[in-house]
Design a protein around this ligand. Structure first.
Ligand code: TRP
Length: 337
């Protein structure tokens, strides 16, 4: 069955291993299936909802994110990569959808709630930020996406999108919009922990390894990783659970037997942190070197990247324009048709 897949990222910085494990890898797989029509959106308007005073960061990150996409193997021949702000139909759809959503319903969105806390908005929540789930519903429904691959934290957005689509179709008496299904990351590929072991890898916690990091930087980060604080002497028995080095080996080392061997040895005592870190470093370097090299090669021609984003955006715009036209027909506001 033909599927339309849509997903995206806020451009607020370069992408890291957490993005790679949780979504990028899977997108590359999805694009290889001919049944899938894949759209990947750089959500700059959504990034601006809490970066209005800092547009340069968003603007510069668009190029970084695009380079990260290409470096991991997203192929513009197979995946339509586009920039949200270039599709003027999206805010137009948002405006119509906003009339179908109550303020109380927006207040209940748990992801938005916790973001308001994290960002310390208190009573000064930007209205644009507050209603971004509706704008996200427009992103998704404009392409009649059937499937949206995202992390667990995006569940509330998908729920709201389904509600908007259902309400729209019911209200205007036509099946114009599609209720999308969520595709959650496979087990064990959820949110990768950061190198400090404190929380998920994220830019704000400064605990990430980036796809663009140099070999040197990667090594330094691996050597500084959180392990078992009670594993003081090499001969001490060490703990594997919650030990970031082993978490990463589980995720990135394909040689599962070797990992099991190292775990047994570490638990028994006699395996030093420096040694396992060196081993992990080799594993990560092997994974990241080809990505970094591809990234550097693509970065040599930024003009070509812009051309790619432009043609992706034009393609996306044509699809969104078709949906908007159907939406206006259903609402009876295509007055001059
Ligand atoms: N909210 C998503 C995030 O923070 C980004 C996003 C915007 C998105 N629009 C989307 C994801 C549409 C999937 C579909 O990562």
């Amino acid at each position: 069955m033909k599927r339309t897949i849509l997903t995206g990222d806020r451009p607020t910085g370069k992408l890291h291993l957490g993005h790679y494990v949780g979504s990028l890898q899977n997108r590359v797989l999805l694009q290889e299936d001919e049944q899938n029509n894949v759209f990947v959106m750089v959500a700059d308007q959504q990034a601006l909802t809490d970066n209005a005073k800092n547009p340069e960061k968003v603007q510069q990150s668009i190029m970084e994110v695009a380079l990260d996409y290409l470096a991991v193997g997203l192929d513009p021949e197979k995946t339509t990569i586009f920039i949200q702000s270039q599709i003027s139909q999206l805010p137009e759809l948002t405006l119509y959808y906003l009339n179908l959503v109550t303020v109380a319903r927006l207040h209940r969105n748990p992801t938005v709630k916790s973001e308001i806390q994290e960002k310390g908005f208190n009573e000064s929540i930007p209205a644009g930020f507050f209603m971004y789930p509706v704008s996200q519903a427009a992103d998704i429904t404009a392409f009649k996406a059937t499937h949206v691959p995202v992390g667990e934290d995006q569940k509330p957005m998908l729920e709201q999108t389904r509600e908007v689509a259902r309400d729209f179709n019911r209200t205007y008496g036509k099946d114009v919009l599609v209720e999308p299904d969520i595709i959650l990351p496979p087990k064990g590929q959820g949110r990768l922990v950061g190198i400090d072991g404190k929380g998920k890898m994220s830019k704000s916690l400064n605990n990430g390894i980036y796809l663009s990091d140099s070999a040197d930087t990667i090594q330094k980060k691996v050597m500084s990783m959180y392990t078992d604080p009670n594993h003081i002497r090499v001969e001490d028995p060490g703990q594997v659970e919650g030990n970031v080095v082993f978490t990463y080996l589980d995720v990135f080392d394909d040689d599962k037997e070797k990992v099991q061997e190292l775990k047994d040895q570490y638990r028994a005592g006699g395996l030093g942190d420096v040694k396992i870190k060196r081993y992990l470093n080799d594993v990560l370097q092997a994974k990241l070197q080809p990505i970094r090299e591809r990234r550097e090669a693509f970065a040599e021609d930024k003009g070509a990247i812009l051309d790619m984003l432009k043609s992706g955006s034009l393609k996306a715009e044509a699809v969104a324009a078709q949906t908007l036209d159907e939406v206006k027909d259903a609402m009876g506001i295509n007055y001059f048709k």
